[in-house]
Write a new protein. Structure first.
Length: 419
């Protein structure tokens, strides 16, 4: 029987790995502990709202080449939408001031010399200080590389850092923010167009991947939690899900695409990030569709981003460990005035809503935790790791998840001489 690849975990890392392998003609089996695929990137029908919502809001950029390649491969290239040319609208919740950042074409940021295209109360030289991130040392934080207290820091660098790294700028690793800037804003307007899912993350990233895998003979098993890896010398010999162990053939490979804590429990002596940061999302059903609003950056409040799809307005609060400990009702009362103010709804009463807490949304992207990210290879020749917490050189985002899965898949193929 031809060799098989066992992918444990059907989040985006596991799905992107399985898609890459199945597309290369490999026999693939995917196992997921939950009753659904997608992990933290999924959609579900919410009874309180009467609508399908995403468990978390995600903003991609047109420079996220791995994520966009994944969508093309699974036939979902049209599942994202955004403005052309790139435009990032913002609202300062404290002052009511609104503005739009409009990056220019080309790698050199000529647009920063035009006051109409940049953040208010900032000068061109303020932006050039961001180049300090390119030479940041491994222990440097974002705040140490920039100038806290300035208008640009409060209105751009700090919210960008929190949104991308889900970690406060005072403790976030500068080395993880720079790759994002380099691959998006550093490549000009065409690479930094904001993109959001037209109809939800499930319809864009998950459902088409499952159809892709099914069409190529791959199996996806839900409610299959891996309890242990049976290790024999330098290889994994079996997977223990409960009941009789599933044998792993001599030429088979295993890709472990589960969170860092679960991976550390399964893989002996694995060094992995130990701490996490929370994200809290609030979803509110509006009386009507908010015309002209797709997404909006929020500064000076509880939330950092507002997304509108149809009559559902969703807000995201990142680096939200303290907020996540509050009752959902209290969180909704804090978030709704920001939504109402951003959409000019006046003193509209709190509508039907849903608060979604992801207390371990990402690993804490500090220099100390980033140093604990393992590579895709392990001490066992047929065992590989995937996940946004592995050492992709990128932060823990959708792009990082997809990159990790593709990297693990390529290593499997390379180990078999298929690339």
């Amino acid at each position: 029987m031809p060799a098989q690849v066992h992918v444990v975990g059907a989040g985006l890392a596991g799905l992107s790995c399985a898609v890459r392998l199945a597309g290369a003609g490999q026999r693939v089996s995917v196992y997921e502990a939950a009753g659904h695929a997608g992990g933290r990137c999924r959609s579900f029908h919410d009874e309180a709202l009467g609508r399908t919502i995403d468990n978390g809001n995600h903003l991609l950029l047109s420079g996220n080449r791995a994520a966009l390649a994944y969508l093309r491969e699974i036939g979902a290239a049209d599942s994202l939408a955004g403005p052309e040319p790139a435009a990032f609208p913002f609202l300062d919740l404290k002052t009511g001031h609104r503005w739009t950042v409009r990056p220019g074409a080309g790698w050199f940021p000529w647009w920063i010399f035009d006051a109409r295209r940049r953040v208010p109360e900032t000068a061109a030289g303020d932006y050039l200080r961001g180049l300090g991130l390119a030479w940041a040392g491994a222990r440097a934080t974002v705040a140490q590389c920039l100038v806290p207290g300035t208008a640009l820091y409060r209105r751009f660098w700090e919210p960008l850092c929190v949104a991308v790294l889900n970690t406060a700028a005072e403790e976030a690793a500068a080395t993880l923010l720079w790759p994002v800037l380099r691959e998006t804003f550093g490549r000009g307007e065409a690479a930094c167009r904001p993109l959001i899912a037209r109809h939800g993350l499930g319809q864009g990233f998950v459902d088409p991947a499952l159809r892709f895998l099914e069409a190529r003979g791959a199996s996806v098993s839900l409610n299959r939690r891996l309890r242990a890896l049976n290790l024999d010398g330098d290889r994994v010999s079996a997977l223990a899900f409960g009941g009789a162990p599933l044998s792993v053939g001599p030429e088979d490979s295993v890709v472990l695409a589960v969170p860092p804590a679960a991976s550390a429990d399964l893989v002996p002596d694995l060094v992995a990030p130990r701490h996490s940061r929370a994200i809290v999302n609030g979803h509110f059903r509006l009386d009507r569709t908010a015309p002209g609003v797709t997404f909006l950056g929020l500064v000076g409040g509880t939330c950092q981003w507002l997304f509108v799809r149809g009559d559902i307005a969703s807000v995201t609060a990142s680096a939200a460990d303290a907020l996540a400990e509050e009752p959902a009702a209290a969180i909704a009362e804090r978030m709704w005035p920001e939504v109402a103010g951003a959409l000019d709804l006046g003193a509209a009463p709190l509508p039907a809503h849903r608060i979604v807490k992801e207390k371990r949304a990402t690993f804490a992207q500090t220099p100390e935790e980033a140093a604990r990210r393992p590579g895709a290879r392990t001490a066992w020749r047929n065992l590989f790791l995937a996940g946004d917490w592995t050492d992709t050189g990128l932060p823990a985002t959708i792009e990082g998840s997809v990159c990790s899965g593709r990297k693990a898949a390529d290593m499997v193929l390379s180990s078999r001489g298929d690339t």
